[in-house]
Ligand binder design. Structure first.
Ligand code: KG4
Ligand code: ZN
Length: 337
């Protein structure tokens, strides 16, 4: 089979990422993480777009160098079109429009959330490739979705969150616990030293198969306020147990609803995706629950969980080969699934 090279860019939030794929295999992936946001405890949109501006050319140069390829050799260009931060999306989209125009190459605009699901199609991750259809739990900083993936170009959301996303809830909880941003990986790390059954938090109701996370975060807040009144050092003295307990409640809740759907639909293949799917407790529990129910479980490689351009490349590759129509790509901060 002859080569088919794709250059993809992801810049929807605070990672500037570039990838080169040959068909469905990743040749090179380079991601620049923006540490500037740490001091503010969250992503500052204006600073994110400025950092993308500084990073984008070095990141593309680095990915080409790693792949030992040049821009004119690319057959296809893909870029995240939305959802995300307007200024951040703008940098990636404008850059790729300029490349597409000057090289006269096709450009595909990709939905970031489709990218997370299709990250499973990147070759070389699994002993046996993922099979369609599959049910995917996508958990990121901005979204919590149960997605039915019928084929690479037929994806639909069956359920989502009514309020906060799972990653957002964990990041806010981490902030209450005095951990730095982004809190998810810090909670995961601290939880390893703690007892997950030390504290109980009220679990949100699963209404009509939909998630709700805002109550969980409030339950932690009230619990901490009551404890701190009695012992001002409560958080410091119990940090690992608090992380482990909060993580367990959140992840068990995510999995309970997801596997209710999976059982009801009698699916054979189940997957997790998005930044929160890097969580070690979620990964382990997902695999053991799936095995128990005789389902094939797919857990992506760490660098394909959090935001990366390889997932945008694979998604655009499938869109291009399914149906391609040249159109004006415009950043869409609130892009529909
Ligand atoms: O998919 P992603 O990289 O960006 C968005 O599209 O939002 O997800 C980022 C989210 C953040 O909330 C971050 O705290 C969370 O993923 N995250 C984790 C872990 N690694 C990243 N949450 C829990 N445990 C982790 N190990
Ligand atoms: Zn994401």
């Amino acid at each position: 089979m002859s080569d088919f090279l794709t250059l993809a860019i992801e810049s929807s939030c605070d990672e500037t990422s570039a990838a080169i794929l040959n068909h469905q295999s990743v040749v090179a992936l380079v991601t620049a993480t923006q540490s500037v946001h740490e001091q503010y405890g969250g992503v500052v949109p204006e600073l994110a777009s400025r950092a993308h501006q500084s990073n984008i050319i070095p990141v593309v140069d680095a990915v080409l160098k790693e792949a030992q390829l040049t821009l004119p050799e690319m057959d296809l260009l893909c870029v995240t079109e939305g959802p995300g931060l307007m200024g951040s999306l703008h940098v990636g989209v404008s850059f790729m429009k300029a490349v597409a125009m000057s090289l006269k190459k096709p450009l595909v605009g990709v939905n970031h959330m489709h990218g997370h699901v299709l990250a499973h199609c990147i070759e070389g991750q699994y002993a046996e490739p993922i099979e369609f259809p599959f049910l995917c739990l996508t958990v990121s900083g901005g979204h919590t979705q149960i997605v039915w993936a019928k084929s690479p170009t037929e994806l639909s959301v069956l359920a989502q969150t009514k309020d906060d996303a799972a990653g957002e809830a964990i990041d806010k909880a981490a902030k209450l616990l005095g951990l730095s941003y982004p809190g998810g990986p810090m909670v995961d790390k601290k939880a390893k030293e703690g007892n997950a059954n030390a504290f109980q938090f009220s679990v949100p109701r699963i209404d009509d198969g939909l998630y709700s996370f805002s109550g969980l975060k409030t339950s932690l807040l009230y619990f901490l306020q009551a404890q701190i009144k009695q012992n001002p050092n409560f958080i410091e003295e119990n940090l690992a147990d608090l992380c482990a307990s909060f993580q367990k409640v959140t992840m068990d809740y995510l999995l309970k609803n997801f596997f209710n759907w999976a059982k009801k639909m009698e699916v054979k293949n189940v997957a997790i995706a998005g930044g929160v799917s890097a969580n070690s407790y979620l990964r382990d529990s997902f695999i053991s629950k799936g095995k128990q129910l005789n389902m094939r479980t797919f857990v992506p490689r760490f660098d394909y969980c959090t935001d990366n351009a390889a997932m945008i490349g694979i998604s655009g590759y499938h869109q291009f080969h399914h149906h391609y129509e040249a159109r004006n790509i415009v950043p869409q901060p609130r892009m529909e699934f």
